[in-house]
Design a protein around this ligand. Sequence first.
Ligand code: FES
Length: 117
Amino acid sequence: MDDEIPWRALCRLEDIPDGGAKEFAPSPGSYSGLFAVRRGAEVVVYENSCPHVGVPLNWAPDRFLDGRCEHIVCGTHGALFRIEDGMCIKGPCTGEALEPIPFRIEDGVVFVDPEAP
Ligand code: FES
């Protein structure tokens, strides 16, 4: 018998706007949710928690990026994070990083680690 918990389906790749981001509510029992940023076929998924004080990053639904869509921005104190690795490059948590969430894409569906918040 296989006791492995299956990975959780997050959404279809096409549900994440190309060049934009999408927010996902916390799973049961979790405080912070997730968000994904997509550039074409490239996707990153992070926990929606600023390393500065642990609040959600977005200031409105699905609003995680700066005006040029070049960085992830925290809506509370304006920290900027690189999209590719979540590293904070400007702001009160410079040098800290967003928590990456393991994911995989199969048949156009984004799956995350079953332990993800
Ligand atoms: S809570 Fe994100 S920069 Fe302060």
